[in-house]
Design a protein around this ligand. Sequence first.
Ligand code: 26M
Length: 820
Amino acid sequence: IHNIMTQYLPRDVDSILKQIVNHVEYTLARTKYNFDEQHAYQATAYSVRDRLIESWNDTQQYFTEKDVKRVYYLSMEFLMGRYLNNALLNLGIESQYQGALKKLGFDLDEVEHQERDPGLGNGGLGRLAACFMDSLATINYPAWGYGIRYKYGMFEQRISKEGYQIEIPDYWLTAGNPWEIERLDVKYPVRFYGEIKHNGKHYEWQGGEVVTAIAYDSPIPGYDTYNTLNLRLWSATPASEFDLDSFSRGDYYSAVASKEAAEKISSVLYPNDATEAGKELRLKQQHFFVSATLQDVVRRFKKKDRPLTELHTKVAIQLNDTHPTIGIAELMRIFMDHESMGWSAAWATTTKVFSYTNHTVLPEALERWSVDLVEKLLPRHMQIIYEINRRHLEEVVKKYPGDGDKLMRMSIIEEGFPKMVRMAVLAVVGSHHVNGVAAIHSGLVKSRLFPDFYKEQPDKFLNMTNGVTPRRWMQSANPALSEVISRWLETDEWVSNYELCRGLEQFVDSADMQREFREAKRTNKKRVAERIKKEFGVEVSTDAMFDIQVKRIHEYKRQLMNVLSIICRYNAIKRMTPAEKEECVPRVCIIGGKAAAGYVIAKHIIRLINGVSKVVNNDKDVGDLLKVFFMTNYNVTLAEDIIPANDISQHISTAGMEASGTSNMKFVMNGGLIIGTMDGANIEIREEIGNDNMFIFGLLEEEIDRARNELKYGGYQHTDSRLQEAMKQIEANKYCGKDVSEPLLKNLQPYNDYYLVTRDFSSYMDAQARVDEEYKNQTSWVKKTITSVARMGKFSSDRTIREYGEQIWNLEATPFVPSS
Ligand code: 26M
């Protein structure tokens, strides 16, 4: 194993040990003879951080010296997961740290488990941002991530003894965060409310409330490179000026209280995933981090003396969904009101800087803010948005005189009561490129979301199929399989060049390789079986098929269809003769995921799963043939534990509704097969690995509208007797009370079944039967998994990021090579 970084780091176990002990003594102020695992973690983290700080500073200085173009990835969410193991692997010093900690009486693995999982994101969108940071660093692109340092991340999920979800606040900073550096000197004022004045030359935004954004920086190491990027998260604090008004009124307490309010802005991550909440505080969060970021970016650009009209030659800004879209108006405001640029020059530059990634076509997820709210909170931005819209519509009118409908459709403002600002339209108008996140989704972005815009500027719209980092999702999460891959390929370079895994295919018929793949799988299943034993007190067999569906709970993801099919499987087992039971493939069904706190139906689905779990797991007739578990608190750390144990995973959204999915990629890379619909990246995975290596079922996207109408207007009613039986049992409250069963069943009535659960059900059951049949032939099964692992190269986020770099950002890879 070679790693470029080891040349530059003291790599002997003893000097590492010394550094750790030093931090125990001088950073943690503990005696070196008495510290526990948590202190060992803290000290280890600080010693790794020390190594990163040097490369981090060198990298940033190098980028500045070379005056390279940088990309700024703006995201409300960065779902980073734990840092320690990732840093050790990227730096290539894991074994040395293992040795040093061993000498101190600790096990690296256990020390790593002391780290809190920073959950500063909801799901796919936040995790994508994290994978992108890893790839940006690894490819040596000059890049920064910008976001919010929430005090409370994604809530911790617990399950009550009755089976309901409970949300616990996630104060993840209790034991401090060794991976961040507080930069009290990097701070910017951010204004809200107030009025607009014209001073004869330009507009000025005055009054209102001002908060200060403070920077917290975390180093992002790349794999096998010295380059280290920066993730800058902003925290809100009271502005330093005194509230003289309150003071002069002698109102000390309200002066202090108004300062307290500032910190609220960065206090909590909104735990919604794909449903727009429309809360004022959320818009405040957006403007807060975007304004601080743009001030920071412009300041950096202005260090060299040159006109701001050239900003786009050194700066690309990627909007991760519409959440940071207010930045388009904010940059215009900075250009015009602070930098005295005219409208045309300001707009020309702005639209060369921004690009926008759309992550969903669900109408309920598209961000819209009421004009009243934007006017109140960000009065100058509202003026600017109106002017952007006026000029934009002027062009439309010129081209399509008299076409009022077109005007309505293309307007940034939705006319209605109340009037709304459509953030997605603002993002499209203000960006040079707009991309979807998988081929089918990018097609829908053009045909469904923005057809009028696509017609005018077809080249503006691109596809950038998502990817995931093989460092975290294979090398780190699955050392057993990674070791097998490296041995057969005689290199570990596949970790940063996934295409090399193609080389595995030539050995697919080797009984040795097949055995090693199966042994790795068993290792991973054993670990999960132990976890199940500990958490549920239930013994499961590693011979059983491990069937996993983990993702946010949402109707379109159809966890309900999964649990319905589990009920059918249970009923079938109950009817089996002993001889039939002999033939039956045992399954362990694992479901996990959080429901947004206010998403009632999603919470009911969790309750039903827990009810089914209880009935099935306690039924003596069933034995090993079926076990069902709802794994609580699904997060990045839990994903790293269970994904490597999958035999099969479920990605069964209604066609056209899952923009991409990214866990589907992780599951296959870890040696499992997929049961899924023709949706999101499933389609491209099938293209890469072959139809024979997947279990595809269900209606196609182009069939959905018609099928929905048939259901709704009585042209179709399912006749699946298994489904009827399952629904009858639910109705009889066999698994849960009627508070849960009634609303769930109501949603399955033909006229209500928007997600087509009953329509796709038979096809789904057929696919499940094929899964059972194929699993009986373990040799052909493992061959399918080997072939799939070999062919997943497209889904490395390194490929994705290269495409963004070449087609959208226009970046050069800029590796820093230290001289010593
Ligand atoms: C909106 C309003 C208020 C609070 C939160 C939100 C919000 C937060 C996250 C809305 C959407 C959010 O994420 C959407 C998301 O995660 N989309 C997923 O993006 C992945 C990466 O591209 C895709 O793989 C998934 O298919 C897509 O669902």
